[in-house]
Design a protein around this ligand. Structure first.
Ligand code: NAD
Length: 495
């Protein structure tokens, strides 16, 4: 059986012989094992990162940018293989996997502009014959800990920018679908990245704890569930590291009575059920405002009858399985809980079977109506193909509902009224907002991040926020007097 090891110093290797199984979620079969790294493996990763760090930090931004540019070309050439690997271990459709690699590739493209992004600021004559300038310097060794749902895109929110800024980067991918990370690291080496600048260490929470406790690691970027994000934020900060920790979500899509309902329905279906609802920007709550609710429910219900749930090898598939047996069971428990709480189950995706794939972790599209904010299915992140319709009387009730939820990742409003749209974008307490756009994921040159329990820390990911996160600011004040005969000064210098 294939063993997925670590990528250290440009080589695939590992010392530990402990492993965890990796599954094909479509078949429910074990297809590989991933190493659970030991403290010796971790030491090898740290030694390699330390060795590469200084020289890489001294490599000019233009040279770094050229390596990133080669990397971009190699990812484009290999996108089919990367996507297949993602689909096999994650279960999402091939087109969706390709789309996710492309969104990661856009961060590589953004990082190619690093000479411009690191230009700094200069002020001539801040005092008489005194100049001052600010520069951004690399942090040193940065680490990233990533979730299963985007095994290429989420790591690529982090390491291309960090490495472009002159850091060495250690990635701890999800143990559920770890193969893609090794392929991405191999391609970076092929692009000309010196050994040790990008290392991969596989494992579970034990490796995460080694990262948090290491004195050699300067920053931690995390994406995953909220309880783990909070744990990472608190412990990384306690150990003196810079930290950004992105957590879970419960994204609301508000449909106003004046919205183009067919557009809204299409938006909701793709965003709620695409990737089996396993996206942090998935829409899990449709907020029906006023008298639009019955029509909205009917149209969503009719449309989901036509969704094709199938493995990624079927190119007609709209959505695949969820990641694991345990996760399927957890989603099905939430559905049972929704019924118990009194929500109206319009479509039940439990016990979904596909001929030839009876052991696959499939959950069919599920739709609840008359969900209320007291219910667990409303309050908690289900992270599966389960959509809740909440009915509200008017716009004020809709925005208050969105604002009072503990998560603040993404939201969207469908309306044809510019005033409603402006009010919503100004007053909603959410990090990423769409207007007549179902999944408002910011492009690489903007930044990705939620509010409230969806992000712990001060910086969002990629874009200029990413550059700031992965660099330290230094401000220099300088003069070159012919002779210094001023004597000591005891008051604050002013102009
Ligand atoms: P997870 O929190 O279970 O795991 C994420 C990472 O943390 C993995 O690498 C895992 O090995 C590690 N980990 C897990 N438990 C740990 C523990 N107790 N201590 C230390 N480390 C631990 O998340 P997941 O199930 O892989 O991914 C799904 C979650 O990620 C969802 O909640 C989803 O909303 C969230 N997510 C958020 C965003 C965002 O941008 N906000 C993006 C993608 C996914």
């Amino acid at each position: 059986m294939k063993i997925i090891k670590n990528y250290i110093n440009g080589k695939v290797e590992c010392i530990s012989s402990n492993t965890l199984p990796v599954h094909d979620p479509s078949k429910g079969e074990e297809i590989a094992k991933v190493v659970l790294s030991s403290s010796e493996d971790f030491k090898a990763v740290i030694d390699s990162s330390k060795k590469s760090q200084y020289e890489w930090s001294q490599t000019t931004p233009l040279k770094r940018s050229r390596i990133l540019s080669n990397y971009k070309t190699l990812i484009e050439k290999n996108i089919e293989n990367l996507a297949k690997t993602i689909s096999q271990e994650h279960g999402k459709t091939l087109d969706d996997a390709k789309g996710s690699v492309t969104r990661g590739l856009e961060v590589v493209e953004f990082s190619c502009g690093i000479p411009h992004l690191l230009k700094g600021e200069f002020s001539h004559n801040v005092g008489t014959n005194i100049d001052s300038w600010s520069i951004r310097q690399p942090l040193g060794i940065c680490a990233g800990i990533t979730p299963f749902n985007f095994p290429a895109m989420v790591p690529m929110w982090m390491y291309p920018i960090s490495i472009a800024c002159g850091n060495s980067f250690i990635l701890k991918p999800s143990e559920k679908d770890p193969s893609c990370a090794i392929m991405l690291a191999e391609l970076f080496s092929e692009a000309g990245l010196p050994d040790g600048v990008f290392n991969i260490i596989n494992g579970d929470k034990d490796v995460v704890n080694m990262i948090l406790e290491s004195n050699d690691i300067n920053s931690v970027s995390f994406v995953g569930s909220t309880p783990v994000a909070k744990f990472i934020y608190e412990n990384a900060a306690k150990n003196g590291k810079r930290v950004q920790a992105l957590g879970g979500a419960k994204n609301h899509l508000v449909v106003m009575p004046d919205a183009n309902i067919d557009q809204a329905v299409d938006g909701i279906i793709g965003a709620a059920y695409g990737s089996a609802g396993e996206r942090c920007m998935a829409v899990s709550v449709a907020v029906a405002v006023g008298n639009i609710a019955d029509e909205l429910q009917n149209k969503i219900h009719n449309n989901i009858q036509n969704l094709k749930v199938a493995p990624w090898t079927d190119n007609q598939s709209d959505m695949g399985p969820v990641i694991s047996k345990e996760h399927k069971e957890k989603i099905e428990k939430y559905i049972a809980e929704g019924i118990r709480e009194g929500a109206t189950l319009i479509e039940d995706g439990r016990n979904y079977k596909i001929q030839g794939y009876e052991n696959g972790y499939f959950v069919g599209p599920t739709l609840f109506d008359n969900v209320t904010k007291e219910m667990k299915i409303y309050q908690e992140e289900i992270f599966g193909p389960v959509l809740c319709i909440v009915r509200v009387k008017n716009y004020e009730e809709a925005i208050n509902l969105v604002n009072s939820h503990k998560f603040g990742n993404g939201t969207s409003v469908y309306t044809s009224d510019g005033e409603v749209s402006r009010n919503f974008t100004s007053n909603v307490k959410i990090g990423m907002v769409g207007v007549n756009v179902p999944i408002p994921v910011p492009m690489a040159f903007h930044s990705f991040g939620g509010w409230k329990s969806s992000l712990f820390g001060d910086y969002a990911m990629h874009g200029e926020e990413g550059v700031k996160f992965y660099t330290k600011l230094k401000t220099v004040t300088s003069r070159w007097p012919k002779s210094i005969k001023d004597g000591p000064e005891f008051v604050m210098p002013t102009n």
